[in-house]
Design a protein around this ligand. Structure first.
Ligand SMILES: *[C@@H]1O[C@H](CO)[C@@H](O)[C@H](O)[C@H]1NC(C)=O
Ligand SMILES: *[C@@H]1O[C@H](CO)[C@@H](O)[C@H](O)[C@H]1NC(C)=O
Ligand SMILES: *[C@@H]1O[C@H](CO)[C@@H](O)[C@H](O)[C@H]1NC(C)=O
Length: 226
């Protein structure tokens, strides 16, 4: 390819070659073209993270500096909704429900009947939210060989090389999510997505950015990076 370009340049139609290139001695032009194609090969070789499945259920083991919790994550892009059901270790359950119109509710179903809501400019995470992440190579994590990416100093994401399933991610805050189960296509029944009445009838309390199961994602979306 390079040889062909050079010989066609030398034989005729020199005026069609850009000025910069014609000023280069042929040997430099070869190096120049080689570098360009070399760089292209290097970047296209790098793996990219799999887009999120449009519907899945994952059980996440969370560790935030020793505060442990389990999260039932129901990601449902098709229906424009996302649910984190958070069980604190030996503690209460918090329901963190997000709709693609930007409305979020965080509530409990116990006697406290608490509910806070937020209205964001953006909806739930898009399936391709990892696009543009920087590839960092491979690493063994809890016995799984993973490809590792970092996105805008916000998240470090580990995906199993073989199955392409997420194995863990770590937020910039140090909060770790370890993926314990990952069921593609699992959908939570519609009734379970209904926020309780007390989310609607009393004066709404606004959600602080420090609340919620995967609260870093909320901060990330608020910055509207995507
Ligand atoms: C949770 O993370 C801390 C570090 O932040 C670590 O020392 C601890 O061992 C972890 N706990 C579990 C159960 O993984
Ligand atoms: C967004 O959708 C949810 C679920 O249908 C609804 O409860 C909420 O009021 C909607 N928010 C807005 C701002 O329309
Ligand atoms: C909650 O946020 C909305 C919109 O940002 C604002 O208009 C409202 O005053 C806030 N309410 C409280 C109680 O802070």
């Amino acid at each position: 390819m390079v040889i062909f370009l050079l010989s066609s340049k030398n034989s005729h139609s020199a005026r069609t070659i850009p000025q910069m290139a014609t000023k280069l001695p042929p040997i430099l032009l070869v190096v120049f073209l080689f570098l360009i194609t070399g760089v292209q090969i290097a970047t296209t070789d790098e793996p990219i993270p799999s887009p999120w499945q449009h519907q899945f259920h994952a059980l996440l083991f969370m560790n935030y500096s020793g505060d442990l919790s389990m999260i039932d994550l129901w990601y449902d892009w098709k229906n424009g909704r996302n649910f984190n059901i958070i069980q604190e270790q030996l503690g209460g359950i918090t329901y963190d429900l997000e709709w693609n119109n930007g409305t979020s509710f965080i509530y409990s179903l116990d006697e406290s009947r608490s509910c806070r809501s937020a209205q964001l400019e953006v909806g739930i995470l898009r399936p391709n939210w990892l696009d543009g992440a920087k590839y960092l190579g491979q690493q063994h994590v809890n016995g799984f060989l993973c490809n590792v990416w970092e996105k805008v100093d916000f998240i470090w994401y580990y995906e199993d090389v073989e199955t392409k399933r997420p194995v863990q991610w770590i937020f910039y805050t140090g909060r770790e999510a370890h993926v314990m189960t990952f069921e593609v296509g699992a959908v939570l029944e519609d009734e379970k997505w209904q926020a309780p009445l007390y989310c609607f009838n009393k004066e709404k309390k606004n959600l602080s950015s420090r609340e919620g199961g995967l609260r870093e994602f909320r901060g990330y979306k608020e910055k509207a990076i995507l």
